[in-house]
Write a protein that binds this ligand. Sequence first.
Ligand SMILES: [Ca+2]
Length: 466
Amino acid sequence: MAPVDWETMTAQFTRRQALATLGLGAAALAGGTVPSACAAFRRRPNVVLFVADDLGSVDLRCYGSKDLLTPHIDALAYSGVRFSQFYVTAPACTPSRASMLTGRHFPRVLRLGHGINPAETTIAEMLKPAGYHTACIGKWHLGFDDGMYADDQGFDEFFGHRTGAMDNYSHHYYWGGPDRHVMWRNKERWHEEGSYFPDLMVRESVRFIEQNKDEPFFLYMPFNIPHYPIQPDPAARERYGHIENASRREYAALVSTLDDRVGMIMAKLEELDLRDNTIVIFLSDHGHSTEERSGGGGSAGILRGGKMTLWEGGLRVPAIISWPAHISGRQLRPQPVTALDLLPTLAEFCDVPLPQVEIDGASLASVCASDEASSPHDALYWVYKEDWAVREGPWKIVGQGDDIFLANLALDPTETIDHAKSHRHVQNRLVDLHNRWILKLSQDANVASQAPAPHRRRAGRGRRPE
Ligand SMILES: [Ca+2]
């Protein structure tokens, strides 16, 4: 396969084109787009959803990294669509993944401290009635009570841990006490102490693919890397002896550990002649971590912030959709889109009905098909703890309590220049959008008492929050 020359491809987008596509147009799908994608296939496509844990916004070679070696994920990008403005809905694991798997903003679907409300419909539950075999292999982290585990939420099989972090060898919880074993196969504890968890994920996923190669399947692989603990494959570590910064060196080895295992799954799909009619999606759950025990080796490049923040470095992630039978390769899409869109995209691609609830995302079929299609969203909204943000066209407002910051991402993707004072009318419009969105959220029965408060506009504010 020819090398991926993303620099050249990116340069083909002129500034004018970039600005044009930055506009978040009216609902692009209202007029109808591609016909039901699977109608032409005798068999529905398989779906493989790879999620990286805490992978930085630019931490793949195909996203501009100069020091990381990610040939398998780069090849995946080369085979399909790579998004340059793909957002997750929260800068932390659980809320981000909850939105991704339900197509709905996380305050609507999460029971705080417990997980996804069992009444919600996950991608797995959406696909199962159409005959899909489903598996979640990796880090669940979306339910902590009986009735809220992966195998309660539409997955025929679960293998892995339900917690936020696990030691990859002892399979004990990796955050505070008590020290305890946390690896499971469905509802049973699974003991393979000493075996490297990313390799167990590959073994189980390969088995699942082989067992289901004659029926449509949905394989959800939420990796637990490059999230801490910092336990890369020793073979991957050997590739980065030249990197002087120890944190970056270890992080690089973790990213290569991930990349190698994505490559193993892709090789199995090729071997079984399943690749053309398998939709493969790759994304990170949010930006890189700066937590002490992460080592801080990840990067957002020129973007501001990272995990736990609503700056671009926390929310804008690498994201790829590849389906060789239907989507052209070598495609770059600058339209602002969101992980909320994955569920409705898969509903259209797999020709299955949407869940009978209000979905906050929209199908990306037209965006996958054309770089001239508008984003299906007029605006994008975020809330996380006390912080909130809205993006409309090039404008993005970030609020921390009463402090607000207004960026023009077309002119300043680094979110350094605050336009709040000079563009008060824009600020006011985005605050109104946020407050209307909060009001709408608060009317949702599932939000109940956990609805965030609207922003109380105060004149003269606009300093850069930190
Ligand atoms: Ca994460």
